[in-house]
Design a protein around this ligand. Structure first.
Ligand code: GLN
Length: 247
């Protein structure tokens, strides 16, 4: 049987790449290559359509309000149908911070409402209060029973609310999470995941990178183990920074 190829789409890598979020793509690509798994990464930018059948894993990173505004309009016009089709096929969709907000129903800034694609049942409102900034750690629960600690860094003005029945990605152990008060962080629906964790996220949370890869390849494809000494040290450093691991 032919080896599967993991087909990754990186949406708006120029605009939605705050905190070097492209590092997430590098991790996914490398962890496949180190295992001799075939992998392709396709950048899909402004004005380009997204064919949801062509991708197993679609990534949308974080961005400033202005970049988000430009990308949101394009997302609705050129990519929403493809995203919905991909989610319905069970592809993995990961949105980080600004990308997470745009996977929801809207991001409201004063009297302006930036429409999202509505794949996650969340809404976000920009607050005049302080930005929610700092190191953060959560206990994440994933489809299929996988669970673990994710550690990263957050910086957002938006406060995100889960609408009726929406499931968080996890519980905040340290940090602010979705809104600074609910104790919820992120959201997940099927294989669509949104989170506020930057860092970038995946270099410091390699177990989650592997969960994304194996889920995107289908049926929790078994992955061969890698020497993760450096990755585990990066994880511990992020946990120490968040204050859930003694120095
Ligand atoms: N512009 C959004 C906010 O401030 C998202 C920021 C980000 O992606 N870091 O809430």
């Amino acid at each position: 049987m032919a080896e599967p190829t993991l087909r990754i789409a990186a949406l708006y890598p120029q605009q939605m790449n705050i905190y070097a979020d492209r590092g997430n793509i590098a991790v996914l690509e490398r962890r496949c290559q180190w295992r001799s798994l075939a992998v392709t990464v396709t950048a899909v930018g402004l004005g380009e359509p997204l064919d949801g059948d062509q991708f197993d894993l679609i990534y949308l990173g974080g961005g400033q309000d202005d970049d988000q505004r430009r990308c949101a309009a394009d997302l609705i016009e050129n990519k929403r149908d493809g995203l919905i089709a991909a989610a319905e096929r069970g592809s993995v969709l990961l949105g980080v911070c600004g990308g997470y907000q745009l996977f929801g129903h809207w991001y409201e800034l004063g009297d302006e409402r930036i429409a999202g694609v509505g794949l996650l049942d969340v809404e976000t409102v920009r607050s005049d209060g302080p930005r929610l900034i700092g190191n953060v750690a959560i206990e994440a629960q994933l489809a299929g029973g996988a669970a673990g600690v994710l550690a990263g860094f957050e910086n957002h003005a938006g406060r995100t609310s889960l609408l009726d029945g929406a499931e968080p990605l996890g519980r905040v152990l340290k940090g602010h999470g979705n809104d600074g008060s609910s104790g919820n962080e992120g959201c997940r629906s099927g294989n669509v995941i949104g989170t506020y964790l930057h860092g970038p996220l995946l270099p410091a949370n390699s177990w989650f990178a592997d969960w994304l890869i194996s889920t995107a390849l289908g049926d929790q494809t078994a992955l061969s183990p890698l020497d993760d000494a450096l990755e585990l040290e990066a994880h511990r450093a992020a946990c120490r920074a968040a204050g859930i691991l003694a120095a």
